[in-house]
Design a protein around this ligand. Structure first.
Ligand code: 13P
Length: 348
């Protein structure tokens, strides 16, 4: 048996504990720069650091956030006063996680499809991250819905890589977050998203099983089953909750330690409402805790408000805290429209 098994189980359980969820703040430098550019900030290492300091020093963040996923640059950074981000997280009682894939690249021979890279040298990187204090990892695979895609080649290649990544993580003491993201982009219906997500999850769990990954020591980070952004018929919150949970119940082993959704470009309120409805209707039936691992649906309002100005930090932190609180409530099935009003009062 894996020497880390007990520790992995305990970490996974803590990550999906009630009234909490995971914060994804592991944008690569390229993605972080794009988001900074969008709000009119000239991207630099200093600005990325300042933004990450804003997030991690948010007062009370650890009340709602069990773990935060960092990027390689971020796990090595410190506050302006020299305190390492890892020390700040310890103080906040937030478990450090690390993105270990090196990004989705064009899949040879399959136009419009991607395969995620990063397996070369991964064992050594995991050892280093574990020694630094990371206790979980993330790898994101990207599946695109379009005419004639996703192909079996794309789903198989990504599932294989996810499974090899997850096995290496467990060997090295990190809980793997296995993230097969079916993109929301496109005009596909929710039914098509259901089919593609089912096919993807089935293949991913086949490969995880073949590689000997322990399901009770991993977290699945799926996308919700949802209408494409440009689909003329947009499914209701109830329909998204029903079809997402059905898809998971059909395809995800009961022993998986937890489900932590990505937000994938949904609005902030929708991301909270969908998670909330799933928990109201299905928390008792579902074999796993159902929570969040959002990036945009937690960070969005704070980033927009900040604009790189130190005078905006305090309100930006309140906005971040608020989205974390809304999603933590949604994990418990206790998110209400009144909660959103609380924030309107703060920023008015
Ligand atoms: P979003 O919640 O913005 O989709 O990001 C989650 C994530 O970590 C993507 O890999």
């Amino acid at each position: 048996m894996n020497a880390y098994a007990q520790e992995l189980r305990a970490t996974a359980k803590a990550m999906v504990a009630p009234s909490q969820g995971v914060l994804a703040m592991d944008e690569s430098n390229g993605t972080c720069n794009k988001r900074l550019n969008k709000i009119g900030i000239e991207p630099s290492e200093a600005m990325r650091r300042a933004y990450r300091e804003l997030i991690l020093t948010t007062p009370g963040l650890g009340d709602y956030i069990s773990g935060a996923i960092l990027y390689d640059e971020t796990i090595r950074q410190s506050k302006e006063d020299g305190t390492s981000f890892l020390a700040v997280m310890k103080e906040q009682n937030i478990i450090p996680g690390i993105k270990v894939d090196t990004g989705a690249k064009d899949l040879a021979g399959h136009p419009g499809e991607k395969v995620t890279e990063g397996l070369d040298g991964l064992r050594d990187r995991i050892t280093e991250y574990y020694q630094m204090g990371a206790r979980f990892a993330k790898w994101r695979a990207v599946i695109t819905i379009g005419e004639g895609i996703p192909s079996d080649a794309c789903i198989e290649a990504n599932a294989h890589a996810l499974a090899r990544y997850a096995a290496l993580c467990q060997e090295g003491g990190l809980v793997p977050i296995v993230e097969p993201e079916v993109l929301i982009n496109g005009d596909h219906t929710i039914e098509r998203c259901f089919d593609v997500t089912s096919r993807t999850l089935r293949t991913v769990f086949n490969h995880l099983s073949t590689q000997g990954v322990a399901f009770d020591q991993m977290i699945l980070k799926p996308s919700m089953v949802i209408s494409g952004l440009d689909c003329p018929q947009q499914a209701s919150v109830e329909q998204v909750a029903d079809m997402t949970v059905k898809c998971l119940m059909d395809n995800v082993p009961a022993s998986v330690a937890g489900i932590a959704f990505l937000s994938g470009g949904q609005s902030n309120e929708k991301a909270s409402a969908h998670l909330n409805t799933m928990n109201i209707k299905y928390a008792e039936q579902a074999p796993w805790p159902i929570t969040f691992s959002y990036a945009r649906a937690i960070q969005g309002p704070a980033l927009e408000h900040w604009k790189g100005q130190s005078s905006n930090v305090s309100t930006a932190q309140k906005l971040l805290h608020h989205r974390a609180k809304c999603n933590a409530a949604a994990h418990d099935g206790k998110y209400t429209p009144d909660l959103e009003k609380e924030m309107a009062a703060v920023t008015a």
